[in-house]
Unconditional design. Structure first.
Lengths: 357, 315, 517
């Protein structure tokens, strides 16, 4: 087999698995819709093609993909380093709350104001992100367990900040005072809600890609994640890499919270923690933990989200169906032995034919 | 100071300790499940979703059969199914068990709302379903003892079942074939495989048991005192069980105490909601306490290891 | 003619990833014999045994027991057919007792619960019957390796094994323990058991076995009566040529001292002194070989020198500089290259690309950068240079290194360390599990380093490798240096063997010759 042929063969196997996973997910979705809906045609049409029906809906996809990109990016480097911290959730929430505080309490010129929010959120996110990492490196506590616990701690801390300093008692529901108008990120395309955060997210993806694949630190992240023993023998300070990676991830998630507030909201009303961090898991998995592909994966998830929204508004099928689709996708894409029979058969054929050369 | 008085006041109330057992129950059941899974060498992060799915199933089944016990069975069956899906992907298809667990949690969170709407036309809670609760039990003799009776009697049936199960699980590891096999599989899977016992099978069984126990934990939430299902009602208790399990280091009896620690924190925070400190601090306290206890435990364990090493190395 | 009790017919095994471990292997075992299965590391012995014990299934081929074809889907099937296996790495649960381990999977029960008393009884009875002494109530993590091995044999017997497979059982034993084991095995033979003895130590095989089957590169090289072959002939069949292949080597011409190690001690986490006051030096243009049976402290010595383990006492000087407190990276920068014995665990990241694995020594230097970022072009050029110079067979730069064969992975790793142009090359088991072509190539490259006036520390359990490459030889036994041969040309395999087994021990004065400032 030629060199090129083989390379394509391996990539095509990963692609095949992705495609089959998507097919299964689509199949299950359609099956569920047909079995519960009185108007399956409308539901399916809106789910899969709804976002393409109008300019507004298509831009909705882009808007909703922005926070997903940030958490997808944050988790991509955490996973790449072989760790399983979910602290992006707490970092994003606190990032949003801190950004809200700056949006309400400080008066800064337009343009500068959102930058201040973003920087503050990044700093807070970095500190939060570092905690499970430090607990792991210094005290050998599993980062998944501590991050899951601490997410609650930071969620309630965020609520406290808003409740104590920013709350609008006259709003009737849980909501902060209105943001200063200068805090808005501004629209990227007029007539839509798509804001400059989209460009920030894309830029973050590009920078992170460069970091992971083109710098010393990125190489260290990948080596630590792939084989820590080898990384140690290479002379890498593993603890430092783990802490810095999760600080960076926390900062990115924090920025995600601030950008979302500055771009989409005029007051803080996250009464529950948005599930962006958990969505980040599926995004980074779809992207194969490669930051470069995160925007595409986020677009994909944003697309089915908007489609599901339209479906639930226009038919009798609820948008929580997406959670089922998401779960099925994650399960099958990460199933290493799924379809492996095909791969193995080919490998053993090739090995035997070249044996004894 | 005022706060300290509030706390001291609370600690003298028998009702407080009653509430501690009540809060600890779902976490304890799930902790026992987590212990079994972890001793077999799997970390079942899907317990959170399993509890949720079971809480939902219990309510629905009890509403349709009008029998609370069948509802409980339904919840346990749901737990069994969830953990078997996890086992299938992690053991058979070699997925990363953490990521598959996250997928199942996503599935449970959205899926329960999806199906709740299908059945009731509502997304928040199952108020319109005529679901049933499992009974509470007064223990003869003990119930008449002052203070102790107030604390230990009159609990929900699942609370007593959970306490009994603590000893059942403990005895299982100590005295039964299955328990021995689960320990062996977790500690040295090759050893188990080499004597002709299927490691996969044992891990399947261990995960199934963990799912069933988490299912009972979920049933307690929806069929205990509240008597309805509301979306996301587990609120991270499945994750807490991972932490309490880790601190218990595989020992069911220690697991009882770590679960009670959580119960203590949660019921304290419930009692202090009217106190002079902000509500959110009270709410975050159980999570913070568990984090601290867990981190302390890990650090302690590591130090012990180093100490033993140093002792051995004769430094 | 005795009855054939076990036959493997045309067994082929291909592992996922495409490694051919066995190719049409033929094995015939007669009842009541001790049958040796010999071959070098990586010849496919362990794979064949795993298939006979049902731990993995053959890609093709058949297995017969007493002329009845069998198919094992798990060890359970093999055990049911009377096969027992004593693995090289003991299959035991450390936190459980000897008796619990013995009964694991086949527990005696009373009222549905595990009967621990009965377990102890059975253990003691069996222990007596076969003269294999164990302490039934001791926890496995607290007993000696020799006792663990006995437990492993008892486990097989408890399950009714008629055919016992022992995978390199002497690797972890002292000479006395080895002798004791042989007596016990002979007793087992007398009692009618059949034994398959896997080894690559010819003297042991000669002393114990009736017949032998030789494996090489996954193929059978025939089955012979012990008396039919001389050791030379066996060696030739095992490695495909005379053992003492003489590498062409220039006359020694040593320069200044590069590294000197003085009184190095390392105590491991179990309190065992794995490196016991080791001293030596190596000069420019010198290859110092360290011989020894696996597990006698060689690996720990290497890990301490490269900085992966912290020494308990002693000093390491590289070109006069004390490096014993420096972290790994600083030691590398001071001029150390290291080829680790376990290339998949410590020497590479199997899932990363050839490029990523090739640049691990210099990824942070400016050599690979343009405009401050790592340059694809430069990385590719650097990687391809190594791949070409070291004749690595590969498909493309971006494929993961785990897809290559062992020999090709090793060539890439040696190339990476060679390319670093160190003052000192430490190379541990350079040709373990590597095909013949690669062996020769890697050895030539090591001599090449010598020509370039580098100091080389060669650790190998393969005596022919030590003898053909080294200028001087040290032998390690139980953490100590027991032998020093200043001029390797005067050494014989026999002599080294005596040192390795702890039979011969040089005087302090003679050993002192290995160290100089």
């Amino acid at each position: 087999m030629s060199r090129k042929g083989l390379k394509n063969h391996q990539n095509s196997f990963a692609l095949l698995r992705l495609m089959v996973a998507i097919l299964i997910a689509v199949g299950i979705t359609v099956a569920i819709i047909f079995s519960i809906s009185k108007e399956p045609g409308t539901a399916i049409y809106n789910l899969f093609l709804g976002p393409l029906q109008s300019k507004r809906h298509f831009f909705n996809v882009l808007e909703s993909s922005i926070p997903l990109m940030f958490t997808g990016l944050a988790l991509s480097i955490v996973f790449k380093s072989g760790n399983f911290s979910m602290i992006a959730d707490g970092a994003l929430y606190m990032g949003g709350a801190v950004a809200a505080a700056i949006a309400i309490k400080m008066s800064l010129p337009a343009g500068i104001h959102p930058i201040g929010m973003i920087l503050a959120a990044a700093a807070v996110g970095a500190v939060i992100g570092s905690i499970p990492a430090i607990l792991k490196v210094k005290y050998h506590a599993n980062e998944l367990v501590t991050s899951l616990m601490l997410n609650n701690v930071f969620f309630f801390s965020g609520i406290y900040i808003v409740n104590k300093y920013l709350i609008d008692r006259s709003a009737g529901t849980f909501a902060s005072l209105k943001y200063e108008p200068t805090s808005s990120l501004g629209n990227l395309v007029s007539g839509t809600k798509l804001h400059y955060g989209f460009l920030i997210a894309i830029a973050a993806a590009v920078l992170l890609y460069i970091l992971v694949y083109k710098t010393k630190f990125g190489y260290e992240i990948r080596l630590v994640g792939s084989n820590p023993e080898f990384a140690k023998h290479t002379g890498i300070n593993i603890g430092k890499v783990i802490i810095l990676t999760q600080m960076l991830a926390g900062a990115i998630a924090g920025i995600g919270g601030a950008v979302e507030q500055a771009g989409m909201y005029n007051r803080f009303n996250w009464q529950d923690s948005p599930s962006y961090a958990w969505d980040g898991v599926i995004i980074t998995i779809l992207a194969g933990n490669n930051p470069k592909l995160v925007p595409i994966a986020a677009f994909f998830l944003g697309y089915i989200r908007v489609g599901a929204d339209l479906m639930s508004r226009r038919s009798d099928v609820q948008n929580e169906l997406v959670a089922i689709v998401q779960a099925v996708l994650i399960l099958f894409i990460t199933a290493e032995r799924f379809l492996a029979v095909l791969k193995q058969r080919q490998e053993s054929k090739k090995a035997l034919s070249s044996y004894g050369e | 100071m005022e706060l300290l008085l509030d706390i001291l006041n609370t600690l003298t109330l028998p009702e407080f300790y009653f509430a501690m057992f009540r809060s600890a129950t779902p976490v304890l059941l799930t902790t026992l499940g987590a212990i079994i899974a972890s001793r077999s060498g799997s970390s079942n992060i899907a317990l959170e979703g399993t509890m949720l799915m079971s809480a939902f199933t219990g309510v629905v089944v009890s509403a349709f059969t009008q029998n609370a016990w069948i509802g409980l069975l339904g919840a346990m069956l749901a737990g069994f199914l969830m953990s078997n899906i996890l086992a299938y992907f992690a053991l058979k298809l070699k997925s990363n068990i953490i990521i598959s667990g996250i997928a199942l949690n996503t599935f449970a969170l959205g899926g329960t709302i999806f199906f709740l709407y299908l059945i009731t036309g509502e997304k928040g809670a199952s108020t319109s379903l005529p679901s049933l609760k499992l009974p509470s039990i007064n223990i003869p003799i003990i119930k008449d003892i002052p203070v102790i009776g107030q604390i230990l009697s009159g609990h929900h049936v699942l609370t007593y079942i959970a306490l009994i199960l603590v000893f059942v699980v403990w005895a299982m590891f100590k005295y039964t074939k299955l328990g021995m096999h689960i320990r062996a599989v977790g500690e040295s899977p090759e050893a188990m495989e080499s004597v002709g016992v299927s490691v996969k099978k044992i891990k399947y069984i261990a995960l199934s048991l963990s799912g069933i126990l988490a299912g009972m934990g979920g049933a307690f939430l929806s069929m205990g005192y509240v008597g309805l299902f509301s979306s996301g009602m587990t609120a991270g208790r499945g994750y807490i069980a991972l932490a309490t399990q880790a601190i218990a280091a595989g020992n069911a009896i220690v697991g009882l105490f770590t679960s009670l620690l959580f119960g203590f924190c949660e019921s304290l925070s419930n009692y202090l909601q009217g106190a002079s400190i902000p509500l959110q601090f009270v709410q975050l306290m159980p999570y913070l306490m568990i984090t601290i206890a867990y981190t302390w435990y890990c650090s302690h364990k590591h130090k012990q290891k180093l100490k033993k090493q140093r002792l051995m190395q004769g430094e | 003619m005795k009855q054939k009790i076990l036959e493997a017919r045309k067994i082929t095994k291909v592992y996922p990833g495409g490694v051919v471990a066995n190719h049409e292997v033929q094995l015939d075992i007669y009842e009541g014999e001790i049958h040796a299965l010999v071959g070098e590391n990586g010849a496919g012995k362990s794979t064949l045994m795993k298939m006979l014990f049902g731990m993995t299934s053959p890609t093709s081929g058949e297995i017969f027991i007493r002329d009845e074809q069998v198919e094992f889907t798990s060890s359970k099937d093999a055990i049911a057919k009377g096969i027992g296996m004593v693995h090289q790495h003991f299959m035991q649960v450390p936190s459980m007792t000897v008796a619990e381990n013995l009964i694991l999977g086949a527990e005696p029960t009373k009222k549905g619960l595990v009967d621990r008393k009965e377990a102890v009884n059975v253990t003691e009875k069996l222990s007596k019957a076969y003269n294999l002494k164990v302490d039934a109530k001791a926890q496995v993590e607290n007993i000696s390796l020799a006792m663990r091995q006995k437990l492993e044999i008892l486990k097989a017997l408890y399950r009714g094994a008629k055919i016992l497979i022992l995978d390199e059982p002497t690797a972890v034993l002292t000479p006395q323990e080895t002798e004791e084991l042989f007596e016990q095995l002979k007793l087992l033979r007398e009692k009618g058991h059949t034994i398959i003895f896997i080894s690559h130590k010819l003297n042991e095989v000669k002393a114990l076995c009736n017949r032998m089957t030789i494996l090489r590169d996954g193929k059978t090289m025939g089955t012979y009566e012990m008396s039919d072959l001389t050791e030379q002939e066996i060696s030739r069949l095992m490695v495909g040529r005379d053992v003492n292949l003489n590498m062409e080597k220039s006359a020694p011409n040593f320069g200044k001292t590069v590294i000197s190690v003085k009184d190095l001690v390392y105590v491991n986490q179990f309190g065992k002194q794995k490196v016991d006051h080791v001293s030596f030096s190596i000069r420019e243009g010198q290859i110092l070989g360290i011989a020894g049976i696996d597990g006698n402290g060689q690996s720990e010595l290497v890990e301490v020198i490269v900085g992966a383990l912290k020494q308990s006492a002693g000093e390491i000087r590289l070109k006069g500089q004390d490096i014993s407190k420096l972290p790994i990276l600083k030691r590398q920068e001071a001029g150390i290259s290291h080829v680790s014995e376990d290339r998949m665990k410590y020497g590479s990241a199997p899932k990363l690309s050839l490029e990523d694995n090739a640049i691990s020594k210099i990824y942070y230097t400016n050599e690979l950068k343009s405009y401050g970022l790592l340059s694809n072009k430069k990385i590719a050029a650097f990687t391809e240079r190594i791949l070409k110079d070291f004749k690595v067979k590969y498909d493309h730069n971006k494929q993961s290194i785990g897809e290559l064969s062992g020999g090709n992975i090793q060539k890439l790793i040696v190339g990476r360390e060679y390319e670093y142009n160190p003052e000192l090359l430490i190379i541990n088991q350079p040709t373990r599990g590597v095909d013949v072509g690669a062996i020769e190539f890697i050895r030539k490259k090591i001599l090449d380093m010598r020509e370039r006036r580098k100091a080389i520390l060669l650790v190998s359990a393969d005596l022919s490798e030590i003898l053909s490459l080294s200028d001087s030889i040290l032998v390690m036994h139980e953490g100590k240096i027991v032998g020093y041969i200043e001029d390797a040309k005067t050494a014989t395999e026999n002599e080294l063997g005596l040192y390795m087994l702890g039979v011969k021990q040089d005087s302090k004065e003679k050993l002192g010759g290995a160290y100089h400032e």
